[in-house]
Design a protein around this ligand. Structure first.
Ligand code: PLP
Length: 215
């Protein structure tokens, strides 16, 4: 049951770490179940799905956007997202910044670091992140880093990814004290992510079960 899954996770989660309940592909009724159990922070990765779910659920929910965002979909996401965790290119960052300025908003975001070996994975390189931070972005507030570890059973590789993003965040934070967030860890690896200083964990399957329509 969703409620039991949530309480099992919360019983192990340090109180300073926020749990993003990743509800993508799951019907509104299941989000309502999580809401009834006290969950207020949800993560979605598809713009249309987010925009469709928001009006069907209570307005004290905080939504994090965690998927790839195309610049022509900003208006489906930016009005609703409390945090865009997945800013994965300079092009997207420029578009979000422009949208923020044009709409009189400062959009909270995380920069997604490219982790893992898979070619298809989105994300900024370490060099791009340093260049981005050296620029002024009046329409966004950069709160930290997000990363997805290599999809593997090999814990050594997962730990190497988490160690890399964690070291980068700590080093950047000395220069940019506002970079307080580190979003790492999913259903399979969130306990490991805690060892590397995760402040946000993004958990879907371990709360809601397998995704009904995925792939
Ligand atoms: C789907 C997704 C998750 C959650 O994955 P689970 O393995 O179901 O916990 C976390 N982060 C991102 C970016 C995702 O797309």
């Amino acid at each position: 049951m969703i409620k039991d899954n949530l309480s099992a996770i919360y019983s192990e989660l340090p109180s300073a770490v926020k749990l993003v309940a990743v509800s993508k592909f799951h019907p509104v009724a299941e989000l309502q179940e999580a809401y009834a159990a006290g969950q207020r922070l949800f993560g979605e990765n598809r713009p249309q799905e987010l925009a469709a779910k928001v009006p069907q659920l209570p307005d004290d929910i905080q939504w994090h956007f965690i998927g790839h965002l195309q610049t022509n979909k900003l208006k489906l996401v930016l009005p609703y997202a409390a945090l865009v965790e997945s800013v994965d290119s300079v092009h997207l960052l420029e578009a979000v910044d422009r949208w923020g300025r044009e709409n009189g908003r400062i959009i909270p975001i995380l920069l997604e670091l490219h982790l893992g070996a898979e070619e298809s994975k989105q994300g900024l390189t370490e060099a791009e992140i340093r260049q981005v931070l050296a620029r002024d972005w009046p329409g966004v507030s950069i709160r930290g880093l997000m990363g997805m570890a290599t999809h593997t059973e090999d814990e050594t590789l997962i730990r190497a990814d988490f160690a890399r993003i964690s070291a980068l965040q700590q080093s950047l934070r000395q220069q940019y004290p506002g970079l307080t967030e580190l979003s790492i860890g999913m259903s399979g690896d969130w306990r490991i992510a805690l060892e590397y200083g995760a402040t946000l964990v993004r958990i879907g399957t371990a709360i809601f079960g397998p995704r009904p329509l995925s792939r």
